[in-house]
Design a protein. Structure first.
Length: 230
């Protein structure tokens, strides 16, 4: 006789936490995430269904497979994963666990999720992030992004935190993390940007303007023929 695990029937969907890399589509019209381990090759949106990463036809999650979305119960446990070198550029996600799920001691493996909040850490230089910028790697059709301050953008493809939230859709909130002088950089509940969002946008635009002015100055020094004017 095979023992069956008890079935849960919660009144509200459970909440979980995980880390992921923010992603921007090649044409710049969509935003999403990709995992840091199993399933990392498959970017997903704010509201997404899991599938078997091994290409098997069973529904996820299956007890005989390790497919499905993964998250942990405790926020602190997920934040600890951001301390490792390979995960420093990842963001912390708060998710709603939807559909079928399997409960483990430290978290869930489940069929469907909604990302509610993405918390963005500081830029690699330690300054509060004003944008998410191209990291130089990605997946087919998608560019991986990482937190960046206005001063470290240097002309890279980037989106402000508010713009990333808009492109991702589905009510996603993007929040500035530790050390942030700007507490919230996501879209307001009414869908209109507030003072923090506009401040971040202004810093991003100023950094881009400074970069373009520097490029124009260099071109002016070379002169019309490409050589330097003396």
């Amino acid at each position: 006789m095979r023992l069956r695990l008890p079935e849960e029937r919660p009144t509200e969907p459970p909440t979980g936490y995980k880390i992921a890399h923010p992603m921007l589509s090649q044409d710049g019209t969509r935003a999403g995430f990709t995992g840091v381990s199993l399933g990392g090759a498959l970017p997903y949106g704010v509201l997404a269904d899991a599938s078997c990463v091994y290409g098997l036809r069973h529904p996820a999650p299956s007890r005989r497979c390790d497919c499905g979305f993964h998250c942990v119960h405790d926020r602190t446990t997920a934040e600890a994963l951001l301390c490792t070198a390979e995960h420093r550029a990842a963001v912390l996600l708060e998710v709603t666990v939807l559909g079928r799920y399997i409960r483990f001691e430290r978290g869930f493996r489940y069929a469907r999720q909604r990302v509610r909040t993405a918390t963005v850490g500081p830029c690699a230089c330690g300054t509060v992030a004003a944008a998410l910028a191209d990291t130089g790697w990605g997946r087919p059709g998608w560019k991986a992004l990482a937190p960046s301050c206005a001063g470290c953008l240097r002309g890279r493809t980037s989106v402000s935190l508010a713009e990333f939230a808009r492109l991702a859709g589905q009510g996603l909130r993007v929040v500035a993390g530790q050390g942030a002088s700007v507490a919230v950089a996501g879209l307001a509940a009414a869908g209109e940007p507030g003072v923090p969002e506009l401040t971040a946008e202004a810093a991003l635009l100023q950094a881009r303007l400074d970069w373009f002015q520097a490029q124009l100055a260099r071109l002016g020094e070379r002169g019309p023929g490409g050589g330097r004017q003396g």
